[in-house]
Design a protein around this ligand. Sequence first.
Ligand SMILES: C[S@@+](CC[C@H](N)C(=O)[O-])C[C@H]1O[C@@H](n2cnc3c(N)ncnc32)[C@H](O)[C@@H]1O
Ligand SMILES: Nc1nc2[nH]cc(C(=O)O)c2c(=O)[nH]1
Ligand code: SF4
Ligand SMILES: [Mg+2]
Length: 245
Amino acid sequence: MITQKEALVRVSEIFGPTIQGEGPLIGLPTVFVRTGGCDYRCAWCDTLHAVDSKYRDDWQPMSADAIWQQVTQLSGGKPLVVSLSGGNPAIQPLGPLINRGHGEGYRFALETQGSLAKDWFADLDYLVLSPKPPSSGMQTDWALFERCLIAAGSGPQLALKIVVFDDADFAYARDAHQRYPHLPVYLQPGNHTPPPPDDDHATVDIDGVMDRMLSLVEKVSADQWFDVRVLPQLHVLLWGNKRGV
Ligand SMILES: C[S@@+](CC[C@H](N)C(=O)[O-])C[C@H]1O[C@@H](n2cnc3c(N)ncnc32)[C@H](O)[C@@H]1O
Ligand SMILES: Nc1nc2[nH]cc(C(=O)O)c2c(=O)[nH]1
Ligand code: SF4
Ligand SMILES: [Mg+2]
């Protein structure tokens, strides 16, 4: 008998329950599955330990079963939202994990930059697309982004979450909203003091982040951009750069 080898997921960390700190599900109790590896390298990435291949030895290849065991242990077997983040989780074969969790009443959200579309996006409950503004040093391929929307179809609830550091980023967010006026937009101020990957106790300049958030609110108001939400990274306000929260 031929048995098909199950594709393994490269996992950087699994943690929770905590609250979702960003975007449309902010405040909701959540378990995070953070995958390792990313096709981007944003200048200000706050999760380099799941991006830089220097840390790949820390990324465990895991089966859906093994991941699921940890998730259910953390949640005490009670269904909640599982947030798939990274790195870019779209690189990983996450379809079987999503199906497994749905069978037990869990819901799944995915955070991705929108550079890689997968058929299993249609199985998600929430797809949070976070295209990267100019300050990241990355360039958005909108055709690839579009493929993510097509793959998702009418399956998950969709949202755009855009990090804003400066005026050029704000203009980028405006443009993204014009491209996809049907998608709810969440703006979040950039953390200009992201942790170096080896030091999750690195201090955050919360005053600086809040200054940026305030100017974001002022820009939104001055622009009369009224169908948008401006949110902080709540977990950063609560725990700074600490990892695993
Ligand atoms: C670490 S990423 C992982 C998922 C995926 N690679 C992405 O970028 O959407 C999760 C979210 O954190 C945001 N993020 C990363 N670094 C940040 C920073 N320094 N300040 C604010 N948000 C940041 C990203 O833009 C993204 O919305
Ligand atoms: N609490 C909490 N909320 C988050 N929202 C997005 C996160 C991420 O790093 O992807 C994150 C995270 O790491 N922690
Ligand atoms: S796309 Fe996401 S995980 Fe990848 S480098 Fe950018 S912020 Fe970090
Ligand atoms: Mg983060």
